[in-house]
Design a binder for this molecule. Structure first.
Ligand code: FES
Length: 577
């Protein structure tokens, strides 16, 4: 039985299910053990629901229920939903860091989609890396695809105060030092910070990735900010299920949505919401998969003049639930107006501007107007100079204004282990004007480029009331973190970038306005040190980490594997036998 308006002759899934030969029998027969009627195999668009659920990814712990809601929508629209698991990445649990596995999860997603009889894809995402990994993998196949972000947790309250999941972590050392914050206090705060299903409720990386997905046009409009526990989220999940079936019929593939304009919209929107620096790495990797030319300087050129409109932690004071009640991302995009490409097509088939044409703001404390922004210019500044030959980044909205132009004496840590061993030594020669330099936390160095760039300040300086210092590393920073933190220094120290040869006592100049990061030594001295530098031995000889070390690219290229750039499409020209 054919569905109205369907094009069974064009459905990819019919290459598996449509034949009347032996292989048609094989492909259908085993699937039939799950009780599907015959018409499911005769021209219904087959929708793969790519699920990053895992008990070990608490932010995605509700996605099995989400999948059921999506299936409802798919069936209502005449599709055939088939859910499949892919590698899930739990940010707070996995060691040494989820970023070591983002590209592996993307390969899982890519190969799972291509190898199976799927016509359209729904990506169920949530925790930080589960969004970029699945989008990257799906891009390399390029079928019609819609993203369903799992949604943030509800607001947390701890002893009368709002507590943001993620951002509270960065206060613990200070509280333990200055407020006698004990084990009982800690346990009470733990559950207050995570009081419902969903991902981090700050504008951390997970929320940034949900916003990115919507700004790219990969979701239904309005979905990103809705809390996971809100019944309106369930409605959006069901509608996404209906819509992906239509997208298959319209052949609205990812590459038709992910144009250069879509990426520019994502950069501008990220600046306006005060999103994570992690966007740079993930968006670049996605662009390189789909074939859009995006470079590091685009983030500064397009984003740094954009006003900060959203008052959410870590740059501001509210949380995602408040953002939703204030009108959500549609209000922000309507405010941004001419800064966005309004005609960029989105998953519902309409342009971005049309989607937010009637958006209304209900709380100007949470979402500001362009005429009264929180900051005149937000975004991400891209730094250049002899300390970062291929670039480095800083998030000015999360930094301390007086430190944005600063020259200080370097206090160097050769690794995270070195940092932990010495940072709280009473005799460590460090003061508030020093620059903390952390090496060995880049893509190859750690390996996996962990979120450690915002290392805690020394205990003795916290006791003196010091709140922030300039910190520089080749690592990343959690989207929930803040401070005057220079990140993504490239080339990283492990491959012999200038960072590798910084020594204790060197002077370093940071000048964000001039976009400068400079090691104050002569060119001759720098050349002499590099000549004497010896590369460290690789940290793995086998398995995935070995593949990763052999192929991972530097931060400014998105830290993807060089063998994964681009796409291979959806064609598989050989059958089982
Ligand atoms: Fe999962 Fe923050 S830890 S989203």
């Amino acid at each position: 039985m054919q569905e109205k308006n369907s094009k069974p002759q064009q459905l990819r899934s019919q290459e598996w299910f449509g034949g009347n030969d032996k292989m048609g029998f094989v492909h259908r027969s085993w699937m039939r053990n799950q009780g599907y009627p015959d018409d499911y195999f005769r021209g219904k668009p087959v929708i793969g629901i790519c699920n990053t659920w895992s008990d070990l990814t608490p932010c995605n712990g509700h996605l099995r229920e989400v999948a059921e809601q999506v299936k409802r929508g798919v069936i209502e629209a005449g599709g055939f939903p088939l859910e499949f698991p892919v590698m899930s990445l739990g940010e707070t649990i996995m060691r040494p860091t989820t970023m070591l596995f983002r590209n592996l999860a993307s390969m899982d997603t890519e190969e799972s989609i291509r190898a199976n009889p799927l016509d359209g894809i729904v990506l169920l995402t949530g925790c930080d890396k589960t969004t970029p990994s699945t989008i990257m993998g799906a891009c390399s196949v390029d079928l019609p695809t819609i993203v369903v972000p799992g949604g943030p947790m509800l607001n947390g309250r701890f002893r009368g105060e709002t507590i943001g999941s993620g951002s509270f972590n960065w206060m613990i050392k200070e509280k333990q030092t200055n407020e006698a914050f004990g084990a009982d206090d800690m346990r009470e705060a733990e559950i207050c910070a995570a009081r419902s299903i969903g991902h981090c409720n700050t504008m951390g990386t997970a929320s940034t990735m949900a916003v990115m997905s919507e700004a790219l046009g990969l979701t239904l409009p309005g979905i990103a900010s809705i809390p996971a526990a809100d019944s309106r989220k369930r409605v959006m999940q069901q509608l996404s299920g209906r819509r992906i079936v239509e997208m298959v019929r319209e052949d609205l593939t990812m590459s038709k949505i992910l144009t250069r304009q879509a990426f520019e919209n994502a950069i501008v929107t990220n600046a306006a919401v005060g999103g994570s620096t992690n966007l740079i790495i993930h968006l670049t990797a996605i662009a390189r998969r789909i074939g859009v030319d995006l470079v590091l300087d685009d983030f500064d050129r397009l984003g740094s003049g954009v006003p900060l409109l959203v008052n959410l932690m870590p740059s501001g004071k509210f949380l995602m639930e408040d953002f939703y009640y204030a009108g959500g991302l549609s209000v922000v995009m309507r405010e941004l107006g001419d800064l966005l490409h309004g005609d960029a097509i989105t998953a519902n088939g309409q342009g971005l501007a049309e989607n937010c044409r009637t958006a209304t703001c209900y709380n100007r404390d949470v979402i500001r107007s362009r005429s009264e922004p929180l900051q005149d210019s937000a975004g991400i500044a891209v730094l250049r100079g002899n300390l970062c030959e291929n670039g480095a980044v800083i998030k000015p909205s999360a930094a301390t204004p007086r430190l944005m132009k600063h020259t200080g004496r370097a206090v160097v840590f050769e690794s995270m282990e070195d940092y932990h061993a010495r940072i709280d030594m009473p005799d460590l020669d460090i003061d508030a004007d020093c620059v903390i330099v952390l090496k060995g936390v880049g893509p190859k160095g750690y390996p996996g480029m962990p979120e450690v760039g915002n290392v805690d300040l020394p205990h003795k300086l916290i006791q003196q009331g010091v709140k922030d210092m300039v910190r520089i590393s080749d690592g990343r920073m959690s989207g929930t973190a803040y401070g005057t933190v220079v990140l993504h220094v490239s080339p990283e120290s492990t491959v012999g970038g200038t960072l590798a040869v910084v020594q204790d006592g060197d002077l370093i100049t940071l000048d964000v306005e001039a976009r400068l990061l400079r090691l104050e030594i002569t060119d001759e001295e720098l050349a002499r040190r590099k000549e004497a530098w010896v590369a460290p031995p690789p940290r793995a000889t086998r398995g995935w980490v070995r593949v990763y070390l052999d192929h991972v690219e530097q931060a400014e290229l998105g830290a993807d594997l060089d063998i994964l750039t681009g796409k291979s499409g959806s064609t598989v020209d050989r059958d089982l036998h």
